[in-house]
Design a binder for this molecule. Structure first.
Ligand code: 4AD
Ligand code: MG
Length: 486
């Protein structure tokens, strides 16, 4: 018995041949038509049984969700929904799925309900499509960097450092939480912990990637990162995957070029390789938005992806953005929850969305943010931004954030501070003990060079490419506050 996947079989259908397929029943109509899916494609294979010839008890076992092996002749289909079908000669039910108990019946289930049965949601069209697109995007990213001569490096998952300095870390410990060892002054004695010091799950592989880039030239990481931020939004996960390239002898402009090229490459890769899944996801999105007023509906998914792949991103500085936002209608009319008064405030997602969705209607790369609202490692700009009337400005850094329509920030990055004296001062200003980052400082002591890198939030890319609106639906098992089931 040679098994064929449904994908192979539909790609070059050899009618007249005997085929054997294995999959799961999606529907069984009129005691005759089985729609079989094996995960290799969004498309089901229609298998036609002659119920008069089959045992009635066996036919009863063909229910939604049951696993089946089917053999028969591949013939042109009489029906309109498909080009070929299988005339079943024999079938075996490999695994039953009792219809009174199996939660996935052939009807529309809400995404909220499916999150509660994330162990089964792979079996729906939507999650099958998302999972295949996710694979394609992982593959595209490795392809992109490999073709450009980058080396993939594994950075540690357990670390002693807080790369982003945001303090949103998950503690890793083997100490007895009921009865931890204490020092004389009553504090927890971390020296007795597994690593002999405080350890956490990493928030970013950047600092270690920099160490590698300053020897290998061009590297990238693609790993899980963890943030204990208590934000229950549709854009945040406590465990997400991040791609972090780091390039020696590169500045902010090289960094922007690389990020824009990578994002376009991924989007084009999806268009070229995930056509059927994207068509399905596009229809799903249109269906979901039917109830919305026309003006609030998003651009058709495939149109939107083509638009991003083919058009240049807008590039502007934080200072220019503040100018635009200050003079914008929603700001003047008091529509922003956080009004833009002056220079220096962090941009909220309402501001980012205004720039991307109303002002430019394109992806936007914002650069040269105030030093005070960005991480310690970002390179201090040599000049102050040009002050606008009624605006006090301060030192900026060579940071860049890429903002995407419907998503907000998808990439965050910067040129890195390569000058030892300035970096030491920054570390002091940010209250980072020097002995925590002595190894990082060594790279600036020995053969330092300008270098730059960024982090792409993989699930945010997935949101954009699939048109899904909740980040919990583009990772198989989402980790969010109060939720670590499965
Ligand atoms: O902007 P962030 O915090 O930057 C860094 O971590 C840098 N070390 C990256 C670098 O320069 N190598 O995070 C980078 C990206 C964000 O732009 C966003 O897409 C994503 O990671 N991200 C999250 N995605 C999902 N859930 C969260 N809680 C996220 N926090 C950040
Ligand atoms: Mg950021």
């Amino acid at each position: 018995m040679k098994r064929t996947t449904i994908s192979e079989l539909l790609k070059s259908p050899k009618t007249g041949e005997e085929v054997t397929v294995q999959g799961w029943v999606r529907t069984f109509r009129s005691n005759r038509f089985i729609a079989l899916n094996d995960g290799s494609t969004i498309n089901n294979l229609q298998c036609v049984v002659d119920f008069e010839k089959e045992d009635e008890q066996e036919l009863k076992r063909i229910t939604t969700g049951a696993a089946l092996q089917v053999s028969g002749e591949l013939v042109p289909s009489q029906g309109s929904g498909q080009s070929v079908e299988v005339l079943v000669k024999s079938f075996t039910v490999l695994g039953d799925a009792h219809p009174d108990e199996y939660p996935l019946q052939p009807k529309k289930h809400s995404l909220e309900f499916l999150r509660e049965i994330a162990h089964l949601r792979f079996r729906t069209n939507t999650f099958g499509a998302i999972t295949r697109v996710r694979h394609a995007m992982i593959f595209a990213i490795h392809q992109f960097f490999n073709d450009k001569g980058f080396y993939n490096i594994h950075t540690p998952i357990i670390t002693g450092s807080d790369a982003e300095g945001a303090g949103e870390m998950f503690r890793v410990t083997t100490l007895d939480l009921e009865n931890p060892p204490k020092t004389e002054d009553g504090r927890i004695d971390v020296k007795q912990d597994f690593f002999g010091k405080e350890a956490n799950l990493t928030v970013s592989g950047q600092l270690e990637a920099e160490l590698a880039a300053l020897a290998l030239g061009k590297v990238y990481t693609f790993g899980p990162t963890f943030r204990a931020e208590n934000s229950n939004t549709t854009r945040h996960l406590a465990e997400f995957w991040m791609i972090e390239p780091e390039v020696a002898f590169a500045d902010l402009h090289d960094n922007m070029d690389l990020a824009e090229e990578m994002l376009k490459y991924c989007v084009q890769y999806a268009l070229d390789n995930c056509k059927e899944d994207l068509e399905f996801l596009s229809k799903r999105l249109q269906e979901e938005e039917k109830g919305k007023p026309e003006a609030e509906r998003s651009m058709e998914l495939i149109e939107k992806l083509k638009f991003v792949a083919e058009n240049d991103f807008v590039r502007l500085t934080y200072t220019e953005a503040i100018d635009i936002l200050r003079n914008s209608n929603p700001n003047k009319k008091g529509k922003f929850q956080y009004p833009i008064e002056g220079w220096g405030a962090d941009l909220q997602s309402e501001h980012e969305r205004y720039l991307v969705e109303k002002e430019f209607k394109k992806p936007v790369i914002l650069t040269n943010y105030p030093a005070k609202i960005k991480a310690f490692y970002m390179r201090q700009d040599d000049q102050l931004p040009e002050a606008r009337p009624g605006m006090t400005v301060d030192t900026t850094v060579s940071a860049m954030d890429i903002l995407f329509p419907g998503i907000g920030e998808i990439v965050g990055g910067s040129q890195r501070e390569e000058r030892l004296d300035i970096l030491k001062q920054k570390i002091k200003d940010f209250n980072i003990p020097e002995d925590h980052v002595w190894w990082y400082l060594d790279t600036r002591k020995f053969g330092t060079v300008p270098h730059a890198g960024f982090g792409l939030g993989f699930e945010r890319l997935m949101l954009f490419v699939t048109g899904m609106t909740n980040i919990r639906d583009v990772i198989p098992f989402p980790r969010t506050p109060k939720n670590a089931e499965f």
